[in-house]
Each structure stands twice: as C-alpha cells, then as structure tokens.
Design a protein around this ligand. Structure first.
Ligand SMILES: [Mn+2]
Length: 327
C-alpha cells in the first residue's frame, strides 16, 4: 500500500479513538522523545476532548526540557485505547509492559523494518527521523491537525538529533522543508542546542581517556572499551559513556568506529557508527540492529568483542576493495 494511504488510515484511527496512548523505545533518545511529545501535543490541541497520553518507563534527563511525560496508567486503561508506538523497530524494545493490551496498535518508525507488531505498520526508511514522519502527517492534514511551539520544538529536536544536526545522508530537501515548518514556531535554537550538546567537565575527562585508549584495526576500524571502573572514576552513566562513540567520528580512512561500554550487570553494550559503509548487518549478528550507519548491539565477553572487531575489519576491508570515493 502507498505510504500516503497508510498515513490516511492512521489519521482515521486517531479520529476514531477517544483514548490514545503513545509509547516509545527503551533508552529514549532525542527522536523518540521528540516524536512522542510532538505527536502528543499535536493531538492534544487538535482534539481537546480526547484523552492523549505519552507514557514511557525510562527517562532521559537531558531531554526533560521538552516537556514531561504522563503518569503511568494501569493495564485496564489500555483496553479501550489506541496505542501508537513510535521510533521502535522491534517489540522487545518497546518501553511499556502494557502496550499489547491496547485495542489496536499502530507502529510508526523509520528504522530498517524488522518486525510488524502493529495492526497498522508504517515504516518509512527514507526518513532520517520519526519526527519527520510526524511532521509530514501534520503537514498534509493541516485542515484537521494543529501544531504549537511545544510540539514544534520537540519535533525539531527529534530531527536535529537523529540527523547529527542536519549532517547525515538522509537529510533531503524534503527533510529541510519539514524542518522549516517547525522553525516557523519561533524556536530558540541557541537554547535547544545548549540543552542537547553542552557537556560537563567529567564527560570531557572521560573523553580524554577514550582518545588515549582507542585502537585501530589494520583496515582502520577504531574501537574503544569503556570499563565500569572508568565510568566510576568520573561518575559517568553508561548512557553518557556510550554517547562518546561520536568522539571517534572524524578520522580519515577510519570509516567504522565502535564503542564498547561495560554495563552494571557486566553485559557490554556496543555502539557502532560508520560513514559510507553499512554496518547494520554486522550489528544483527550481535543481537542488535538499527540503521545503515548507526546501530547498536550487545556482547557478553572479551572473546565476542574481539570477534566483532574482526568482523568489522572484514566489512571495512571488503568495502575499501570494492568502492571508490570514500574518505
Ligand atoms: Mn529515530
């Protein structure tokens, strides 16, 4: 079915339900918070008589400036609700134990399609952020839907964070046009970016350790292992430590970079990033996935770390042998 048709179906479901509960993925990031809050605010002002909730169990302190989420609801409350899950490719990652109890479930996502857990499944892999999809839904239904500054700010944050501040390949003219609609709501960009990207001194110090300790494979895969001890030394959460993957993103010829972050339960969270070369299949091999140039995975020991790094090196070797024009 055409995407436009599915968007129409989604809007009709929204119109039909009195109660709508919006859910998202675990370890919430800017796009997942931005698209849930953005969609909630659009629906609240467009349909003041409906009950609209955004409910997640894990929080992200640095995104709290967008707006608070709603109180958790007991399972019975889901039974007559339309549940909309945004920015989440597979049901294992949905950050809400009751989402399945919804009368109907709609999935809205831009990750590579792995699981259709909804009654309606809308996946647009060409969009670099779920917030773009929500903005598009608003834009083509302006006769029914309304936007305000709070919604626009949240959606803008979703697009800005998932595109690395409008740098990644997925940024098209269409994406900029959708972002422009949001900028019409007098957003304070200086404040938005200050909320998103200012660091504290401790994380800069840990970044110093990352720069000292990272290694390179023969073909140029950069990788670093951040232990619990290192996180403790600077009092940095595993979440903030994982964000340091981006500090390895600007090295010539090193097209893949990986951070391994030891978690409190000793499992090792992996963040893999790349330019030009796709790494999502590599992540699939290690219980993960995501996008072609940004994926996550999980490993359990040093042997798996070595194996993953070796596999990444092979991916990069093959890519460099068969492609031209990379930097
Ligand atoms: Mn996203």
């Amino acid at each position: 079915m055409e995407n436009k048709e599915i968007r129409k179906q989604i809007l009709n479901k929204i119109i039909a339900y009195e109660k709508i509960i919006i859910c998202r993925h675990v370890r919430p990031d800017g796009d997942c918070m931005g698209s849930t809050i953005g969609l909630r605010e659009i629906l609240r002002i467009s349909f003041p008589d409906k009950k609209i909730y955004s409910i997640g169990y894990q929080t992200a302190e640095y995104l709290s400036f967008l707006s608070l989420e709603d109180e958790k609801l007991p399972e019975e409350e889901y039974k007559d609700a339309l549940v909309i899950v945004v920015d989440t490719a597979n049901s294992d990652r949905i950050d809400n134990p009751y989402y399945k109890s919804g009368k109907e479930i709609i999935k809205i996502d831009h990750h590579i399609r792995v699981e259709d857990f909804g009654t309606i499944n809308y996946v647009d892999e060409d969009m670099p952020a779920t917030a773009c999809i929500i903005t598009e839904l608003y834009e083509e239904n302006r006769d029914i839907l309304q936007m305000n500054q709070k919604a626009a700010q949240a959606l803008y944050v979703g697009i800005a964070t998932d595109t690395g501040r409008f740098r990644y390949r997925g940024v098209s003219a269409k994406v900029l046009r959708l972002s422009a609609i949001l900028l019409d709501y007098d957003l304070d960009l200086e404040k938005i970016y200050a909320n998103l990207y200012l660091k504290d001194i401790a994380s800069l110090k840990l970044q110093g350790d990352v720069f000292r300790k990272f290694k390179s494979t023969p073909n140029g895969v950069l990788y670093v292992y951040v232990t619990n001890k290192m996180q403790k030394k600077y009092n940095i959460s595993p979440e903030d430590a994982a964000a340091l993957v981006n500090s390895l993103d600007s090295v010539k010829d090193s097209l893949i970079w990986i951070i391994f972050v030891e978690q409190k339960d000793k499992t090792i969270r992996v963040r893999i990033r790349s330019r030009f070369v796709a790494i999502d299949k590599l992540a699939n091999k290690y219980r993960g996935g995501g996008h072609a140039n940004a994926s996550g995975a999980v490993v359990y020991n040093g042997r798996e770390i070595k194996q993953l790094v070796k596999d990444a090196d092979e991916v990069l070797e093959k890519f460099k042998a068969s492609e031209e024009g990379w930097l």
